[in-house]
Design a binder for this molecule. Structure first.
Ligand code: GLN
Length: 470
């Protein structure tokens, strides 16, 4: 899709295309965007129409999750505490996009500080699912996924700490990829849980996801965990001869039968294309949610300490002592879910409890990583549902944090292990998209993408669009 768009932009008008997107957004019911950079984007598009510069994303507009720093464009993480914050610098991924000729359209809605699965905890109100406006788009990168599915942006970036790219991709019927930990620089990504998260693309096709990944990945000296990349272009090798593992732990109880059926159909489709499948075991899966939430909340409690109204963030009164200011600023600036996580994380790290919770969670994390290492000695890829069910109704789960956390059961183990995974459309349940998750071993994105592409080329699901995108 992006390859075709690039041709169209070269022969037509980038400005006209971009104005069309902005007009659509301004009349939209999705609430996918927190901020639009209409003026700067349109002026870039005009420049492009005059100069026709080159680059992998020449003239292509892109929407950016509001947790990624963009120079000159308000960046809030959908939190009151960061309202009005305009970063003086670009995240590494934004520099890379600009260097390849892309045009930044604006910032997309998300769960506050990326803590959530539904984009309902945003201070800007929930984003709506383009397939059914009464349902959530998934989260936390719900705005990015809804914008792409709803035809408001041709591609977007999100971030994935425990599923935040793959969950909304699954719920909105688009492609979303979580790279291996260390493949994409986190410089300029506002941290939620830094040992787990990566920035990843959301697009309508596998080829476009591969193209974006090719642009944003690679070593950056400002993120010492980042490493060299492979090429993710020209992925025509197919799935023939690949071994696909199917973990029992990712099927059965709690999984919608239609989701299960669609994923099994996808596995059969890949078999017809020349792959083979076998059962694999990931026995520590049932401890993944507990381990993930303890680690994520612990890291969050530390990462969010900087929002104190002095160095960063919104401040009401001026003449108070530090403790009062700190408490008041954070009570007013953070929403309920963020407060809950900072409190629980602080508790898990406190003296006397550290060994009982945090250290134990780290040990479980190692066991989960070893599960994947063992499985990848036998198979090339693992297939599973991305989410146990399709998009749920707005308001349905938000009052009960535990049921919401449980929706992440198939996405969080991937972040704990640091391996890459992609979600792609594989069917529908009562008009709502279903996502297939393909998981690969560390730095095997190329292999994962080539299997995803072969599957996509053999199936029609990615071609279907919701009515609002027409
Ligand atoms: N739903 C998970 C959480 O709330 C994952 C969020 C994410 O990946 N940023 O932590």
């Amino acid at each position: 899709m992006l390859a075709k768009l690039k041709e169209q932009l070269l022969s037509g008008s980038a400005e006209e295309y971009l104005q069309g997107l902005f007009d659509r957004i301004e009349h939209s019911k999705l609430n996918a965007f927190n901020a639009l950079a209409r003026e700067s984007a349109v002026s870039r598009a005009r420049e492009f129409d005059r100069q026709l510069w080159g680059g992998a994303l020449a003239g292509v507009p892109i929407a950016i999750k509001d947790g990624i720093s963009t120079r000159g464009i308000e960046t809030t993480c959908s939190s009151r505490i960061l309202r009005g914050y305009i970063p003086p610098y670009d995240a590494h991924v934004i520099e890379r996009l600009k260097a390849e000729g892309a045009i930044i359209m604006g910032k997309t809605n998300m769960d506050e500080f990326a803590m959530g699965t539904s984009t309902e905890t945003s201070c800007f109100g929930p984003t709506r699912n383009p397939w059914d406006l009464d349902r959530v788009p998934g989260g936390s990168s719900g705005g990015s996924a809804a914008a792409v599915a709803g035809g408001e942006a041709p591609c977007a970036l999100g971030s994935d700490t425990g599923g935040s790219v793959r969950c909304p991709a699954s719920f909105c019927g688009v492609v979303g990829l979580k790279p291996t930990y260390g493949l994409v620089s986190r410089y300029g990504l506002i941290s939620y849980a830094n040992s787990l998260e990566q920035i990843g693309p959301l697009t309508t096709t596998v080829e476009d996801t591969a193209l974006l990944l090719d642009v944003i990945s690679g070593h950056d000296p400002r993120d010492t965990t980042s490493l060299e990349k492979d090429s993710y272009l020209n992925l025509e090798e197919g799935v023939c001869g690949l071994k696909i593992g199917v973990p029992d732990e990712y099927f059965g109880e709690g999984v919608d039968p239609l989701v299960e059926k669609s994923v099994w159909e996808a596995i059969s489709r890949m078999e017809e294309l020349g792959a083979s499948w076998q059962k694999v075991s990931l026995p520590h899966t049932r401890y993944a949610l507990a381990s993930y939430y303890i680690i994520a909340m612990s890291e969050a409690s530390s990462n969010l300490a900087r929002f104190d109204g002095l160095r960063y963030g919104h401040r009401e009164a001026e003449d108070q002592d530090w403790h009062t200011t700190f408490s008041e600023v954070r009570a007013a600036g953070f929403g309920k879910e963020v407060q809950r996580r900072v409190l629980l994380g602080t508790y898990a790290l406190s003296a006397g409890y550290y060994g009982r919770y945090y250290l134990k969670a780290l040990k479980v994390r190692t066991l989960i990583k070893e599960d994947f290492q063992r499985a990848f000695q036998e198979v090339d890829l693992i297939a599973s549902p991305t989410m146990p069910f399709p998009a749920f109704k707005i308001g349905e789960r938000i009052a009960d944090p535990l049921t919401l956390y449980m929706a992440d059961v198939f996405t969080v183990p991937i972040n704990l292990a640091g391996v890459p995974a992609i979600s792609l459309p594989c069917g529908f349940s009562q008009g709502l998209p279903i996502g297939l998750q393909l998981i690969a071993s560390h730095f095997q994105e190329r292999l994962m993408l080539r299997a995803a592409l072969a599957y996509e080329e053999a199936t029609p699901y990615h071609l279907q669009t919701p009515e609002v995108a027409a």
